[in-house]
Ligand binder design. Structure first.
Ligand code: FUC
Length: 344
């Protein structure tokens, strides 16, 4: 196992964690952005299963948030405002009058401090950032530690810890775009997905939750059995229509199974399983990817990849019954998601 570091454009550092089976994970200190998760297919051929830009400058002002660490609140905050303890807070508006992914200067734009570590069976880096009171409009001085860690079982774990000195709102995630075909050589249509989820969150035309939580039963959102994405991405369900013909929805986890999500690609034989203590996930099928987004693998295409954004729900700031993003002063925030790779 080893850790290497190189300096890239804008003096950004790019770290690569490599395990003893040849799997590696690369990321930047800029935005904690993951640029590569290289895993073997069924023939031992190692390829990148996340999208990356050809030109690293494209990670600045990136409309796709490719690979980035997202906060303080992942997803959309309606009207870019919320109240805590009777006090109203105004956030940076960066999508109409709403605030998306922590606002324009969210955590995806920060230079994170890196502290590498190596143990007998794992290798990783702790990324730290201190977000001052009212940064992006959010209350509380917030100190954050995110750990990226790889072991010899081909498990990559992202753990998030944070503490605020005032009551605040926080839900962190990573915005990697997965495509198990390797180097995005095929769209995700012939990959399968399975979610441990009975419920999804209804959206309005601005992709803001309406306040209704719907049963997946009898809808294209029923992904409880292994489902070929091809069979869903063409759906004319009104909820998929408004999301630019795909999924861009939050699913609430049942947490009945050890694996909350399973993705498979029969052609390469790659399988990815997600284990998490997050209450929900935003499943986004790259509906807005297009040709002028130049990836390392070539121009992007709609449905070139899927984002699996494990998190709580920003809708909890305005509606009852949603997984809460509020964090009390002094209370530890402890979340993790493990991405476990194997072959069929
Ligand atoms: C996801 C989506 C959004 C947006 C962004 C880049 O989180 O929810 O619609 O397109 O990614």
């Amino acid at each position: 196992m080893n850790i290497t570091e190189q300096v890239t454009v804008n003096e950004w550092k790019e770290v690569t964690l490599t395990n003893d089976t040849g799997m590696s994970v690369s990321f930047l200190n800029y935005g904690g952005t993951i640029t590569g998760i290289n895993v073997p297919d069924q023939n031992g051929h190692v390829e990148n299963v996340v999208l990356a830009y050809e030109n690293y400058e494209d990670y600045i002002d990136d409309p796709n948030y490719l690979g980035a660490l997202i906060g303080r609140v992942a997803g959309r905050v309606d009207g870019a405002s919320f109240s805590i303890n009777g006090e109203e807070y105004h956030l940076q508006e960066n999508e109409g009058t709403n605030s998306l992914h922590g606002g324009e200067q969210g955590f995806h734009t920060k230079l994170w401090e890196l502290s590498p570590f190596q143990e007998e069976d794992k290798v990783g880096v702790i990324l730290t950032y201190d977000s001052p009171h009212l940064e992006g409009g959010y209350p509380g001085n917030l100190s954050i530690q995110v750990t990226y860690q790889l072991n010899n079982k081909n498990e990559f774990t992202i753990s998030y810890s944070a503490k605020s000195d005032q009551d605040t709102a926080l839900t962190l995630t990573n915005h990697s775009y997965f495509n198990l075909s390797g180097d995005a050589k095929r769209t995700i249509h012939d990959q399968t997905i399975q979610f441990d989820s009975n419920q999804f969150v209804e959206l309005d035309a601005n992709l803001i939750p309406t306040g209704k939580i719907e049963s997946v039963q009898g809808t294209p959102f029923d992904l409880r059995e292994e489902t070929l994405l091809q069979d869903r991405l063409g759906s004319n369900h009104p909820q998929m229509d408004l999301a630019n013909l795909g999924f861009d929805h939050s699913f609430l986890f049942n947490h009945d199974k050890e694996e909350s999500v399973v993705v498979k690609d029969d052609k390469s034989g790659r399988v990815m399983k997600l284990m998490t203590n997050q209450p929900a996930i935003v499943f986004y099928t790259g509906n807005n990817l297009m040709e002028d987004h130049k990836l390392a693998s070539g121009p992007a295409k709609k449905h070139d990849a899927m984002c699996l954004e494990t998190q709580a729900s920003p809708a909890s700031l305005h509606h009852e019954g949603f997984p809460d993003v509020r964090l009390k002063a002094g209370e530890p925030y402890e979340k993790y998601t493990t991405f476990s790779f194997g072959t069929v």
